[in-house]
Design a protein around this ligand. Structure first.
Ligand SMILES: [Zn+2]
Length: 297
């Protein structure tokens, strides 16, 4: 049995914001919202199929009562306001409070904003983006709000005086996108027609393919539990630190070339270098398992 779909069908009309764009915005909102409403049970089932039945209750509870801000994924017209491009079933006061608090750019691209538990999704109903962001929500664990401490998959965010410091964000993005593709496959198996769109994270896939395939099951459990400490223990702290530093450097280089409009290149050498560390991780888990088995005898 799957949870009933719970997204509110009623929505707030932002009369104050009005404008030419408003009626088409409302139409798109109604259509995207009702489509998600219709497909939510499939999405929940696809997540359960991917993560495993043991995580059913967690997934069902996390995907209930989704808070969503939909944004129109088109180029902004000169002189227009972000409020002309977003629509939500959340109250106008709430949205205004968010707009005040956050950098407005937050609501012009797909995102999951952990601290307010809000999904920002495209009105074009790009299912790849939707699943990617929902997977961020599934893997988000808030340890503290003040100061902010979040574990999101394998990424940690900690608020310091100079701002929020993130670690392993690119690695997490690449893993999240790998998972997204598999969850989309689960949706296809359930009979949903999926129009897949590519994302920048895929440029990192050659670097993480072996890592992901080797530790996929543990990664899934870590995403659900937020227990990165245990994950690092399993693959070896030194190995992980070495691995994540190199991914960071290569991810940085890759994003810089994307920003410059260049084709990002990952060499065979890059892949070999990273995969040699993954081999250390594999050996580490094997050795740990053997000595544990010996202890049992
Ligand atoms: Zn992401």
């Amino acid at each position: 049995m799957i949870a009933n779909s719970i997204i509110s069908k009623k929505y707030h009309k932002f009369e104050k914001w009005g404008g030419d764009n408003m009626s088409s915005l409302q139409e798109k909102f109604t259509s995207a919202n009702s489509r998600l409403n219709n497909e939510l049970n499939y999405i929940i089932q696809a997540f359960i199929n991917f993560y495993g039945k043991k995580h059913r209750d967690y997934i069902v509870s996390v995907l209930q009562d989704l808070k969503i801000i939909w944004y129109e994924d088109i180029k902004f017209k000169e002189g227009s306001e972000i409020s002309d491009y977003i629509v939500s079933s959340l109250s106008e006061d709430q949205i205004n409070a968010y707009l005040k608090k956050y950098n407005k750019k937050c609501f012009s691209q797909s995102a999951y904003i952990d601290e307010i538990d809000v999904l920002v999704l495209p009105l074009s109903y790009d299912i790849t983006h939707i699943i990617h962001e929902i997977n961020h929500k599934v893997s988000s664990h808030i340890l503290s709000l003040e100061p902010l401490k979040i574990i999101s998959g394998v990424c940690t965010s900690v608020e310091k005086d100079i701002g929020v410091i993130q670690e392993n964000s690119d690695l997490n993005e690449a893993i999240n996108q790998k998972m997204t593709l598999e969850i989309l496959d689960e949706l296809r198996k359930l009979g949903l027609e999926i129009q897949y769109s590519t994302s920048w994270q895929e440029n990192m896939f050659p670097l993480i393919n072996l890592f992901y395939e080797s530790f996929k099951e543990i990664l899934k459990d870590t995403y659900i539990s937020g227990d990165i400490v245990s994950f690092i223990k399993i693959i070896g702290a030194e190995n992980y630190s070495e691995f994540s530093q190199r991914i960071f450097m290569k991810g940085f280089r890759l994003k810089r070339s994307l920003i410059k409009g260049e084709i990002p290149i990952i060499t065979e050498e890059d892949v070999k270098e990273i995969e040699s560390i993954v081999t250390f991780m594999q050996n580490f888990t094997c050795e740990a398992k053997t000595s544990e088995d010996k202890r049992k005898i």
